[in-house]
Design a binder for this molecule. Structure first.
Ligand SMILES: NC(=O)c1ccc[n+]([C@@H]2O[C@H](COP(=O)([O-])OP(=O)(O)OC[C@H]3O[C@@H](n4cnc5c(N)ncnc54)[C@H](O)[C@@H]3O)[C@@H](O)[C@H]2O)c1
Length: 526
């Protein structure tokens, strides 16, 4: 299945052509309207074909045209409302690409069709009645498509974005002239080679993975790359934050040398955030910059670390002190690989995901408690939604000049407790504590709706994440780690804080944190 070949299907008036054009524009793909293609190849318009050849003749032409379009490597294709009634056409389309069924209520469809100048032979007279009959006839057929989007209450722009979220296909624009694709796709690992090829990426490829992930997925990834004709080398690094060092970066540079990596070669990072930070940084600095691709395998790296182009390594003095902005050429997240992620890592990743829900997706927030109880069913949607939130933020602020600070929600306090705990708290656990504490602060200053911290706390606790600053952590050290002793922003600490579910604010200055510490962060402390 090709994630870059998208078919929009559904009844007339559901918005296939309007949305299809926008979707193609957002993703940098070509747009095709099946009816327009038929008209062009036949030299007749659709009513003329119906008059001279009847519906049977039209369907024959439609079938042939669809065969041609479904062999394309990529594109967005708006189909006619009955194009997939034919089982053979449907099987071909579903095997070659992704089908999204668009729908809306009969009233909305009828209203849209009344304003549409396109002539539709099957709805030529008494449109409303004909439409109702057609919808009744095709009801079972339409609901049999697994991916559906109701466009009734959405603007075309909103519908196009929702379609992207639903299909897990995104393009991140880092500047007016550069961009990269992000795909969230179950089983996508097997398409890795094809996806690199479509983007013109070259070998030799060095696949970088850590000692936990490599035995599980490196062979599959290498097979996919080799099937596409790439010469592939494997570089395995030790797992864990303690190895996110310049020593490991040096070992990667050496592996690149041995593999004969050139300026045009590609580095593929297969692993969690440590792997993508290190491999991305090694790629950023080798030969002054080699293209790289992120294949995140932890929830945290899918939802956060692999997106945004920040790469780097730690120094003994602190985390991420070395780094470079080096955007990947592609991010491919395959949620199926999360099945092998240790539960503690999955929970930790959920800390960031809940944060994304709080920032701008209340529906994602609502889904979060189900992440651990119904993982297979829920995780793909959770990853797609979390990725969408981060993409919106980084597109608005690719180089961290302003709005991107919203991603620091929960992190001012989170980083401090992570540090003071001596990293005994996992990053996501510390973020969970930070989210609740900072929301209490937002409530205290009258910014957040009362009760919001309680709401967030319930969801995080249901995921097994801690929500209170551990009693054995020293208050002075936490305040010190937050920088209250330094002259930060004129003696104040700046926070990103939530206002309500789906809305947050950046640059909120808080003076005299010490005096409100007990109220905001220590409510339940003995
Ligand atoms: N660049 C950014 O914008 C950014 C953003 C957030 C975090 N980060 C960085 O990300 C790192 C944390 O990422 P992480 O939590 O993914 O850490 P990680 O890479 O250490 O992965 C966590 C653990 O899970 C294992 N693992 C990963 N995927 C697996 C899978 N599918 N099956 C089995 N085991 C698997 C890893 O081997 C590791 O032991 C930190 O270094 C942090 O600084 C970077």
């Amino acid at each position: 299945m090709n994630s870059s070949l998208i078919f929009l299907y559904g009844p007339s008036g559901s918005g296939k052509s309007t949305l299809g054009r926008l979707l193609a524009q957002n993703l940098g793909l070509s747009f095709f309207d099946l009816d327009a293609e038929i008209e062009q190849s036949s030299g007749m318009n659709i009513p003329q074909i119906f008059t001279s050849e009847g519906e049977t003749g039209f369907r024959k032409r439609e079938h042939a045209e669809l065969q041609r379009l479904s062999a394309l490597p990529e594109g967005v294709i708006a189909l006619g409302g009955g194009a997939l009634l034919d089982a053979d056409s449907r099987a071909r389309v579903e095997a070659n690409g992704r089908v999204l069924l668009l729908d809306a209520s009969a009233d909305v469809l009828a209203a849209r069709l009344r304003n549409d100048r396109n002539q539709r032979p099957l709805l030529a007279s008494d449109t409303d009645r004909q439409l109702a009959k057609l919808l009744a006839r095709r009801k079972e057929h339409y609901i049999s498509f697994p991916a559906q989007l109701n466009t009734g209450a959405l603007t075309p722009e909103q519908a196009a974005w929702q379609a992207q979220v639903q299909l897990g296909v995104f393009r991140v624009h880092t500047s007016p002239t550069s961009s990269y694709d992000v795909r969230v796709q179950c089983g996508g690992l097997d398409e890795l080679g094809e996806l690199l090829q479509q983007r013109g990426l070259k070998g030799p490829i060095v696949l970088v993975s850590d000692e936990n992930v490599a035995p599980l997925y490196a062979r599959r990834a290498m097979h996919a790359l080799e099937q596409a004709g790439y010469e592939t080398h494997l570089a395995i690094i030790p797992a864990g934050e303690t190895h996110k060092t310049m020593n490991t970066v040096t070992s990667l540079w050496q592996a690149f040398l041995t593999a004969g990596v050139e300026r045009s070669s590609t580095i593929v990072a297969l692993g969690g955030g440590v792997t993508s930070d290190l491999a991305g940084f090694a790629a950023a600095t080798y030969l002054r910059g080699v293209p790289w691709v992120a294949v995140p395998t932890s929830l945290l790296s899918m939802a956060d670390a692999s997106l945004g182009g920040k790469t780097g390594a730690d120094l003994p003095q602190g985390k991420n002190l070395i780094g470079a902005f080096h955007a990947p050429r592609l991010v491919l997240a395959d949620p199926q690989v999360l099945s092998s992620l240790p539960p503690a890592e999955l929970r930790s990743g959920m800390g960031e995901v809940v944060k994304h829900g709080v920032i701008s997706d209340p529906e994602l927030f609502r889904l979060c408690p189900q992440a651990l109880t119904e993982p297979a069913a829920m995780l793909e949607e959770i990853v797609r939604r979390a990725v969408a939130v981060k993409i919106r933020v980084i597109e608005a602020d690719p180089y961290e000049q302003g709005w991107r600070a919203v991603l620091n929600l929960g992190h001012t306090i989170g980083h401090a407790v992570e540090l003071v705990s001596g990293f005994k708290l996992r990053h996501g656990e510390a973020v969970s504590i930070g989210l609740v504490s900072e929301t209490r602060l937002a409530e205290h200053i009258g910014l957040a709706q009362p009760g919001l911290s309680q709401q967030i706390s319930i969801v995080l606790s249901s995921l097994g994440l801690p929500v209170e600053i551990p009693g054995d952590l020293d208050t002075d050290q936490i305040l010190h780690a937050m920088g209250t002793d330094k002259k930060r922003a004129g003696g104040k600490v700046r926070f990103a804080l939530p206002v309500k579910l789906g809305e947050a604010r950046v640059g909120v200055e808080i003076e005299n944190l010490r005096s409100i510490y007990e109220i905001c962060f220590g409510l339940t402390r003995p």
